[in-house]
Design a protein. Structure first.
Length: 187
């Protein structure tokens, strides 16, 4: 007897839609997202035709869970501290695989520079080799820290220069290397 196929997770209620919106914005680490892009991210992940996304955004804004600002006819959204708190309490309502897929797609829009994240690096001699540490942090804490060992100072310095010139590429590369998902490279 064939096994029943597991039903694809769906956003069934307005609360599910709101929690997913908060989840996405919370994980974009303070990066304002325009309404068009946000609705595209939601639609891409749900395979559902819904008309209540704008209603959910309005309700979340009215409740103080999102900040909204309109520039040149486009509305941008940013999660508030209360939105992060509420979202963290409600993430478990949604399917973990669904959240992971949504997050992979949303990370295409991650930009350390736009979030105000500070990048850092240090270079230390380590028993004849050179240890280069690269990372980024924002107001919520460390986003990543990576230490690499090099045989020569010049190799370490060249890597440091490439990182400081393009930290988003390094961050996306780390996300790719740890997840195996090419989604981090498409924008």
């Amino acid at each position: 007897m064939p096994k029943a196929r597991k039903e694809e997770f769906r956003l069934r209620t307005m609360t599910d839609v709101k929690v997913f919106i908060l989840f996405l914005l919370d994980h974009l680490r303070g990066d304002p997202v325009d309404e068009t892009t946000l609705i595209r991210i939601i639609a891409e992940n749900t395979d559902q035709i819904r008309t209540d996304y704008k209603e959910a955004l309005t309700e979340l804004t009215d409740a103080g869970h999102l900040y909204a600002d309109t520039v040149d006819g486009e509305t941008y959204y940013l999660i508030s501290e209360s939105g992060s708190t509420v979202a963290a309490e409600l993430y478990s309502r949604l399917d973990p695989a669904f959240l992971e897929r949504g997050l992979r797609y949303a990370h295409r829009f991650v930009s350390l520079a736009r979030t105000g994240a500070e990048v850092f690096s240090s270079l230390d001699e380590d028993g004849g080799d050179f240890r280069l540490t690269l990372g980024a942090r924002d107001d919520r804490g460390e986003l990543f820290r990576l230490s690499l060992r090099f045989r020569t100072r010049i190799e370490a310095e060249n890597t440091r220069k490439r990182f400081l010139a393009s930290p988003d590429d390094v961050y996306r590369g780390i996300l790719f290397a740890t997840s195996g998902s090419m989604d981090f490279f498409h924008n």
